[in-house]
Design a binder for this molecule. Structure first.
Ligand code: KIV
Length: 290
């Protein structure tokens, strides 16, 4: 990181100095640390991040895993879905997140169209993200359908996180409905999760699935399961950061929780500044050079 302050140590907390959140660790979190947390039965938080400064705040707060999600399409780049996001967008923003952090494991998404052609294309995209952005792992959507891609990337030494349930890159097929409802769909979800694990994935994201199904997947896998809209019984939770702080405009999904109203606070600050400029109160003497 060049201009931003170095990340502080994670907050003291819990009895375990090795805890992913609240432990004493200062080096980068690895996929092995996540595997050990699953063995210990420890729950942990993940957030998205799309820029160096926000990422540095979350890193200083001790969030152990940051996802440079293709949700940047909706939350950062002004698109109405993740579909238009390219590997050029992803590589540039993932590199910024890596530069802004010193402890969190940074996971970068493989964007729509960057891995669906097959394992060779997938490996090329994953390699680019590791070499040019410096991420520690990549995420791709799909279980059984992305098996050859996952196997090839893992065999090349790049950790893969799989994303199942509602997979936003398939919005034109799936819409925004809860996935894995009904016996057949639940069994397919479990098969997909096991397929991802067998292919070497180090973790699975489950998005918008019934809590009971997510709990069963979590029990069935030895790798960590990260839920978003998947109830309380997964090993970890992820939220899109702009949803989490109330910056996202319009309607947000029911499964997100807003911990502050940043949209209101930013708007208030902008209006206060504008009024002081218009009224002549800013800049004052202390902001002025002679
Ligand atoms: O792109 C993203 O932010 C994601 C999370 C919703 C898991 O994939």
């Amino acid at each position: 990181m060049t201009q931003l302050p170095a990340a502080q140590t994670t907050p003291a907390g819990g009895d375990n100095p090795k805890a992913l959140y609240g432990g004493a660790g200062t080096r980068r979190v690895t996929v092995r640390d996540l595997a050990l947390a699953k063995e210990r039965g420890e729950r942990w938080p993940m957030l998205t991040a799309y820029d160096a400064m926000t990422a540095s705040v979350f890193d200083e707060a001790g969030i152990p895993v940051l996802l440079v999600g293709d949700s940047m399409g909706n939350c950062h780049l002004g698109f109405d879905s993740t579909v238009p996001v390219t590997m050029d967008h992803m590589t540039m923003l993932a590199a910024a997140v890596v530069r802004g952090t010193s402890r969190a494991l940074i996971v970068g998404d493989l964007t729509f169209g960057s891995y669906q052609e097959g394992p060779v294309q997938a490996l090329r995209s994953a390699t680019r993200l590791v070499k040019e952005a410096g991420v520690g792992a990549v995420k791709l959507e799909g279980g059984e359908r992305s098996l050859p891609q996952t196997e090839t990337i893992v065999q090349a030494g790049i950790p893969v996180m799989a994303h199942l349930g509602l997979t936003p890159q398939s919005v034109n097929t799936l819409g925004h409905r809860v996935q894995g409802r009904g016996e057949e769909a639940a069994q397919q979800l479990i098969r997909d999760a096991k397929a991802a694990q067998n292919a070497g994935a180090f973790a699975v994201v489950l998005e918008l699935v019934p809590a009971e199904v997510a709990a069963e997947v979590t029990r069935s896998l030895h790798i960590p399961v990260i839920g978003i809209g998947a109830g309380p019984d997964t090993d970890a939770q992820v939220l899109v950061w702009t949803d989490m702080v109330g910056l996202t405009g319009g309607k947000v999904p029911r499964f997100t929780k807003q911990y502050m109203n940043l949209r209101q606070a930013l708007g208030d600050a902008a209006r206060a500044y504008a009024e002081e400029v218009v009224g002549g109160a800013f800049p004052a003497e202390e902001h002025t050079f002679h």
